[in-house]
Design a protein around this ligand. Structure first.
Ligand SMILES: Nc1ncnc2c1ncn2[C@@H]1O[C@H](COP(=O)(O)OP(=O)(O)OP(=O)(O)O)[C@@H](O)[C@H]1O
Ligand SMILES: [Mg+2]
Length: 273
């Protein structure tokens, strides 16, 4: 565990309730958490367990019904538009649906330029800005010259996800929230994108929260795994503890869907081990 590292994001009693009366849904139910700089945390849970709702609260896109969120040791204040923009310099997200992440009227160069401006680079010379954009594109294996003058919707799903990582490369946030970032692409590009994110984490000590259904992936990439069931964290700990010696029944159930993570594949066995 990275308990000696600084806590960059934490929460106490964080709760989200949608709707009222008989239509009430408690999407996130009174959870506590502490995440550290440079840590890679996976949050694993079935569909509807509250993962995206939590991410949206952390980002400040959805209001928190109850509880407090702390950013870099201080209670988060996003009460004005200006404060929210300041907060977003430190915390960024990659969403399930990359289409939703872009302003459809912005061309790709202005998407990247915005990132440079957000980091205070508005007055840099044009040449320097171009160099930074080129560098960001080459970090994710996109050709900048083929990107200029295009709109995000003219890219393939995989290119669009790489563009999202190029944005993160320029923004260099303390924290990256990644909601199923690899769901739209094939296994090979998926591994590449994960490698890019891991490299970025090492370069800028960025903390990453991965949201996934995939225990195998969580085990492979994370330092810490949080298991989410019906809005609650039922178990958390370092990836080895949670995956190789799960305590909660729900974790065991999730793991029974991926019996081959920690044992050699035996074709003579039928069904689950
Ligand atoms: N805007 C909303 N209004 C009402 N209910 C909502 C809203 N957003 C989410 N919910 C409900 O909150 C619960 C948690 O949803 P959430 O999207 O956080 O799940 P998830 O874990 O991200 O699922 P998935 O793995 O399918 O993405 C679900 O019951 C969902 O129907
Ligand atoms: Mg979701």
């Amino acid at each position: 565990m990275s308990s000696k590292k600084e806590v960059c994001l934490s929460g106490t009693g964080v709760t989200k309730v949608f709707g009222f009366g008989s239509k009430k849904t408690v999407a996130v139910n009174n959870i506590d958490f502490q995440f550290h700089s440079g840590e890679l945390v996976s949050i694993v849970g079935e569909s509807g367990s509250g993962k995206t709702t939590l991410i949206k609260m952390l980002l400040g896109l959805t209001s928190v019904t109850n509880g407090d969120i702390f950013f870099m040791g201080e209670k988060r204040d996003i009460s004005s538009h200006r404060k929210k923009k300041e907060y977003w310099k430190g915390i960024q997200a990659i969403f399930q649906d990359p289409f939703s992440s872009y302003n459809i009227f912005s061309k790709i160069d202005s998407v990247l330029l915005d990132c440079i401006h957000m980091r205070g680079g508005r007055r840099l010379p044009r040449e320097k800005k171009l160099k930074m954009m080129r560098e960001a594109c080459s970090f994710v294996n996109l050709k900048f010259d083929e990107m200029t003058n295009k709109y995000p919707f003219e890219l393939s799903g995989g290119q669009m996800q790489r563009l999202m990582i190029a944005r993160i490369f320029l923004l260099k946030p303390k924290i990256l929230l990644a909601d199923e970032p690899t769901s739209m692409i094939d296994a090979c590009s998926r591994a590449t994108i994960l490698d890019m994110l891991l490299k970025l984490r090492d370069e800028i000590n960025m903390m990453i929260i991965f949201i996934t259904h995939d225990m195998g992936l969580a085990y492979y990439v994370s330092d810490t795994v949080y298991i989410m069931e019906k809005g609650k964290f039922v178990e958390h700990g370092n990836a080895d503890e949670v995956v190789l010696a799960p305590k909660a029944d729900y974790t065991k159930k999730l793991l029974s869907d991926v019996p081959k993570i920690h044992e050699p594949w035996d074709f003579r066995k039928s069904g689950k081990s």
